[in-house]
Ligand binder design. Structure first.
Ligand code: FE
Length: 220
């Protein structure tokens, strides 16, 4: 038995690292604050309504260096969504940090700093038939190269800011409460400057196919 901090709440872990009721509260707070932010943004609800078929499911926690980079970033401050940012961090020990580009040549720096976990979907605490929902964090001075996927996508900036790039569109510097829509298979990329960025990312349709890096030959 050991004691650990999950957010501001103490939780008791047994040898299999299962938490008591407080861990459930962490997940439920994550869902509630996610829904509040999503439902309060007209572009997100216009993209697709927050699902009404959400079920709780078991998640196998998986830790990665990117989790620590995200949790230790003191520059990340949200004026509009502080409860959501806190809830996303509080769930950090109890989620499966994704390694989307593990089998590519994207490099260790990217893998160690690009932080993403699924909130609604596979290996997430919640499931829906309607959407996939992720958190995505990038530290300052970070570049997420051009990539694409068949699912349509909407980003909502929770805190910080960054430059959002979409093929055939002008770059946009987006900050809290701004959104970016990516069409099916439209290449997109992101870059942070002096600040980090934390986003909620929703996928609709065709969400079984993971993203792939866009070959430079497709960008000309
Ligand atoms: Fe994307």
């Amino acid at each position: 038995i050991s004691l650990g901090l999950v957010g501001s709440e103490m939780c008791i872990r047994d040898r299999s690292n299962r938490c008591d009721m407080n861990q459930e509260a962490v997940y439920q707070t994550l869902l509630r604050t996610t829904q509040d932010a999503y439902a309060g943004n007209a572009e997100m609800t216009g993209f697709t309504p927050f699902p009404d078929d959400i079920v709780r499911q078991a998640v196998t926690p998986f830790h990665s260096t990117c989790c620590d980079v995200f949790c230790e970033d003191k520059k990340l401050v949200s004026q509009k969504y502080p409860a959501l940012q806190d809830a996303i961090r509080a769930a950090s020990d109890a989620v499966h940090w994704r390694q989307t580009y593990k089998d590519t040549d994207i490099g260790d720096d990217f893998m160690d700093q690009f932080a993403c976990y699924c909130i609604i979907g596979e290996n997430a605490p919640f499931m829906s038939a309607a959407i996939r929902l992720f958190m995505v964090y990038m530290p300052p001075h970070f570049y997420y190269p051009w990539h694409h996927h068949p699912a349509e996508e909407m980003y909502l900036v929770v805190s910080g800011n960054g430059v959002f790039k979409r093929k055939d569109c002008p770059d946009e510097r987006l900050t809290e409460d701004d959104t970016s829509f990516h069409q099916s298979n439209q290449p997109h990329a992101m870059e942070t400057l002096d600040d980090p960025v934390l986003c909620l990312v929703a996928w609709r349709d065709d969400f079984e196919t993971p993203p792939v890096l866009t070959p430079p030959s497709d960008m000309s």
